[in-house]
Design a protein around this ligand. Structure first.
Ligand code: IVH
Length: 721
């Protein structure tokens, strides 16, 4: 504070007052910026308030000295340009799902199989779970250092979220300072921000009176309220927080889930009162039913029940699969249904040419979400339902799944109704649209001449699991396609040259400026070097999902080797083709699709143009120094201690190659009971044959399981309004 700060305001001379006002004004402005724009407060609230009070007192004593730029003349804070990004110290995971008792039993069995060698479990220790409501809000990570809230971040893509610290400070039940004692110096508490149903109804009523935006459901209202650039708006919205998980923590206060949540409670967090600790599937199911029965009476939306293994050492052993913990799952409530009318049937053309019919609906509220379109899947589904335009239909929505039409109320149909005729030409390019062979999907035959397929392939190319270019999303790539700067993937890497040479460079476009354009070009440059498996996945070949791309990358090592082998594999009788098909998880269909893709001149030429722009990194070195690194393994017969996928994931994590058939190259055949022809072949070839137990002994039991990812492309996003 200024030098005269200790003098009571009454004792200040005019000169002192003038100089102190200048000083205070500057200090407060800096603190405001730190708090509101940078989301990084530079002083405590108490000190800030004291500065403000001193300024106000001096200004009321000397009104003629009030400066034009005084903080007292500002209303609110200048909004920041957007939220800054935060990389989570530990990723924020998602959850797998179960829907039925059988799924739940399978979840429990899987965990038991994974822990089969655990000495405590073998000795009869109880496997307990926690069961608690799955809150339908948005997840938030709160970082406390020395007990003080220093950072709040949204989930984002799980790895990078948005810095919403100022907004989180405006949520009444989020502690700014931890209560009690025993908290570690670094603690990230994770949980759900939500809006109570009653608060949501009152907010919408207020919004309606003001003629402001009406929210579709409490979740949207919570998300819209938390992600306000002006935190004072967040403060005016009644948000709440339940703590249920954690990220980085210096030392945990307990060795069970229940224990940690108990500690959170003593440190000032609200935790869900319906959480229970249970020791068998029947009790989990009973608790699920109890929570489901209380659903309507709860003042917050929930969409299921989350089960978590209680012991933290077991959680650690179980690890994760596909960005979700193996030790937890969400038991989802059954789909919600509603009745509405079909206004139109539109045909969307996907990146592989698939024509997907979409019903445009009279908007309807389905379990709290307004829905205006639903998928009709394909031509056969339309025929099966005999669904027609203007029909009254029942639609259902389950979780994040695309809403779908389930039944048609034929009695409500008008007399002039006519069956829907599925197009025989692609609506985007006019090429013939046909379903080949056994395929029920009608596809456009236009290939890359079809603008819809081209643009969908480009969208896929830049998607998160592919090139993941920051600032180049679906909207931007479509705009660059429309103005013809980007017609194929290689063009992305000459975008800045295109822009430079243009009369209307990118920084002059609406919504763009020099900064954002430069940032985009830099993000593109950063992706000139790309992992082999990402490149493969980005090509958008049918059946070539992320998992398959990883298998291929791991098998061939680098792109040159792969391209060489693929050239040889064009010959159906070649050993290159046989080798390709023998990779476990590949098979005829996938191999055929890839070989066929590369046999098309326009594809291989486009790929070569792309490769001219890129440096492709070889596949990550797999584990070495393990007993099975570099060995080729085949599993056959029934495995009793793990599923095939688990066995495979584990073997690959240890650097082994898992093949689908036995050949002279096979190092080990792991044969369970009921092994048949593969066993015979292995015996004939003199391959080393192991039982499941011998295999487990070989790889030793306490190696952590590997992380695997979803194989398939995500379905297109449908618009909920
Ligand atoms: S635990 C490590 N518990 O569900 C596991 N998640 O589908 C992290 N969610 O992103 C999640 N209530 O936003 C957990 N009681 C609860 C939850 C919960 C809601 C959300 C959370 C997460 C999503 C996963």
């Amino acid at each position: 504070m200024a030098g005269s700060a200790d003098t009571p305001v009454e004792g200040l001379s005019e000169a002192e007052a003038r100089s102190e006002l200048a000083q205070l004004g500057m200090e407060i402005t800096l603190h405001d910026k730190a708090y509101h724009t940078d989301d990084a407060p530079s002083v405590s609230d108490a000190i800030y308030d004291a500065l403000r009070m001193r300024l106000n007192a001096i200004e009321s004593k000397y009104p003629t000295l009030v400066r034009a730029d005084s903080p007292s003349k500002r209303v609110g804070a200048a909004p920041s340009a957007g939220f800054s990004k935060v990389t989570h110290a530990k990723p924020m995971l998602s959850l797998g799902n179960v829907f039925t008792l059988e799924d739940l039993q399978e979840f429990d069995m899987r965990i038991r199989r994974f822990l089969a060698n655990d000495p405590d479990l073998k000795a009869g220790a109880t496997l307990a779970y926690t069961a608690e409501p799955k809150i339908d809000g948005l997840s938030l990570s709160l970082r406390y250092e020395e007990g003080i809230l220093v950072m709040a971040a949204t989930r984002g893509d799980g790895t990078v979220g948005e810095n919403v610290t100022a907004n989180a400070r405006a949520v009444a039940n989020i502690p700014q300072k931890l209560l009690g004692e025993g908290w570690p110096d670094v603690l990230e508490v994770r949980g759900e921000v939500y809006m109570a149903k009653s608060d949501f109804a009152a907010l919408n009523e207020k919004q309606r009176e003001k003629g402001a935006k009406i929210f579709a459901n409490p979740r949207n209202a919570a998300a819209g309220s938390l992600r306000q650039l002006d935190a004072s708006i967040t403060a005016a919205r009644p948000l709440k927080f339940f703590a249920y998980a954690w990220g980085e923590v210096l030392s945990l206060p307990a060795d069970t889930q229940t224990g940690v949540i108990e500690a959170f409670k003593t440190w000032g967090f609200d935790v869900n009162p319906l959480m229970a600790r249970l020791t068998n599937v029947a009790d989990l199911m009973a608790h699920f039913e109890l929570i489901e029965a209380s659903r309507a009476a709860l003042d917050y939306d929930i969409d299921g029940v989350v089960y978590k293994v209680d012991r933290l050492d077991w959680q650690a052993k179980l690890g994760m699969v596909a960005r979700a913990p193996r030790w937890a799952t969400a038991h989802k409530f059954p789909a919600e249904k509603a009745t509405t009318t079909i206004l139109a049937i539109e045909i969307q053309v996907g990146r592989t040419g698939a024509l997907t019919p979409v019903a445009k609906l009279e908007p309807v509220n389905v379990g709290g979400v307004m829905v205006s379109s639903a998928t009709l899947h394909n031509r056969d589904e339309i025929a099966r339902l005999d669904v027609r335009i203007y029909d009254t239909v029942t639609i259902q929505r389950a979780g994040d799944v695309i809403p779908q039409v389930v039944t048609v109320d034929v009695d409500k149909r008008g007399g002039d109704s006519e069956p829907y005729e599925f197009p025989t030409k692609c609506p985007a390019c006019g090429s013939h649209a046909v379903a080949e062979g056994e395929d029920i999907v009608v596809r456009c035959t236009g290939g890359l001449i079809c603008p819809a397929q081209r643009v969908e392939r480009l969208k896929h190319f830049v998607s998160r699991a592919a090139f993941d270019i920051e600032g180049l999303g679906v909207k931007q790539i479509a705009a660059f396609y429309d103005n013809s700067w980007v017609q194929e993937p290689a063009d992305i890497f000459t975008l800045s040259a295109h822009s430079d040479a243009s009369d209307e460079p990118l920084d002059k476009w609406e919504g763009w400026g020099p900064q954002s354009a430069t940032k985009l070009f830099a993000a593109i440059e950063a992706r000139r070097t790309i992992a082999f498996h990402r490149l493969l996945f980005a090509l958008g070949v049918r059946h070539l999902g992320q998992q398959t791309a990883k298998l291929i990358a791991r098998h061939y090592g680098d792109i040159d080797h792969f391209m060489g082998e693929m050239a040889l594999a064009q010959d159906a009788e070649s050993s290159a083709r046989a080798d390709f098909i023998a990779i476990d998880g590949i098979g005829d269909v996938v191999a055929g699709a890839i070989i066929e893709f590369l046999a098309e001149d326009h594809n291989s030429q486009a790929l070569n143009r792309l490769l001219d722009q890129l440096t492709v990194e070889p596949a990550e070195a797999v584990a070495s120094g393990t007993p099975v690194a570099g060995k080729t393994v085949v599993f056959t017969g029934t495995l009793t201690r793990m599923t095939r996928n688990e066995a495979k994931a584990r073997a690959e994590a240890l650097g082994a190659k898992v093949a689908g058939s036995v050949s002279a190259k096979t190092d080990y055949l792991v044969a369970g009971p009921a092994a048949g022809s593969k066993l015979k072949k292995a015996q004939a070839l003199g391959v080393n044959i192991l039982s499941e137990d011998e295999w487990l002994a070989l790889i030793s039991s306490d190696t952590p399981p590997s992380e695997t990812e979803d194989a398939d492309e995500k379905p297109a996003q449908f618009d909920l309004i």
